[in-house]
Design a protein around this ligand. Structure first.
Ligand code: 5RP
Length: 235
């Protein structure tokens, strides 16, 4: 299969997973909207459903890009406020490991994604089949880092074996990529991640790391499309 054919196949899987996720949305829900290409398919389909008048929901976006997409799709948006909890957040993932452990943040939205994931009663992950892995760690683990702390964070993560690399801004390379919050995005290349829980604790202890892309114990379910099949996975 050529690269283009493979990409087309994965794109169709993303669309199928996104379409299936619409079944989780109920009238009146407050919904968290994830970031990335799979979440974008969900947002477009959700917008179509709302325009059809079948249901009404309100939503909050996990990135500026998602916010713009949701506005274009006609989805009513809520600003963050105290007491706000989401019935459902639908988001993509870069890797889905055992018991729905996740690596997220390939699109740089890990901080807002984790804020919404932890403020949601139900986190539904939607993905194509390439995201399912027997052990996390092939995909570089993203970190969001405060600019002042960057040199020390890089030193400390290197000591942990993380081989950290600054993510480059795709449009302004060689400038580093920044998150929506203006922090620096770093990708860590651990050779393997046999104990994600322990690594998460170590990363949380490093001053200057605002967030890391390990999402552990957060996903309620995942819809993974694999060819014509739809898998519904639970932790
Ligand atoms: C963005 C994310 C995305 O959910 C993740 O990168 C998956 O993206 P895609 O659906 O395009 O494969 O975590 O920060």
């Amino acid at each position: 299969m050529s690269d283009t054919e493979q990409q087309d196949r994965l794109d169709k899987e993303k669309q199928r997973a996104a379409a299936q996720a619409l079944r989780w949305v109920r009238d009146g829900m407050l919904v968290g909207l994830g970031s990335g290409s799979t979440a974008a398919y969900f947002i477009q389909l959700l917008g179509q459903t709302l325009r059809g008048g079948q249901l009404q929901i309100q939503a909050t976006a996990t990135s500026l890009a998602t916010e713009a997409l949701a506005r274009r799709a006609g989805i009513p948006l809520l600003e963050p406020r105290r007491g706000l909890r989401f019935d459902l957040t639908v988001d993509g993932a870069d890797e889905i490991g055992p018991r729905l452990t996740l690596i997220k943040g390939g699109g740089g939205a890990l901080l807002r994604e984790k804020v919404l994931a932890t403020s949601s009663d139900y986190l539904l992950i939607i993905a194509d089949s390439s995201k399912l892995v027997p052990q996390l760690g092939q995909f570089p683990l993203p970190l969001e880092v405060v600019p002042f702390a960057l040199p020390w964070v890089l030193d400390t993560v290197a000591l942990l074996g993380g081989n950290p690399k600054l993510r480059l801004d795709k449009k302004k390379a060689p400038q580093p990529a920044h998150s929506d919050q203006g922090n620096i995005l770093v990708d860590c290349h651990f050779k393997s991640l046999p104990d994600p829980n322990q690594l998460a604790l170590q990363l949380q202890d490093i001053p200057g790391i605002v967030e890391h892309g390990l999402f552990l114990g957060l996903a309620s379910a995942a819809i993974v499309a694999e060819g014509d099949q739809l898998l519904l996975l639970r932790p």
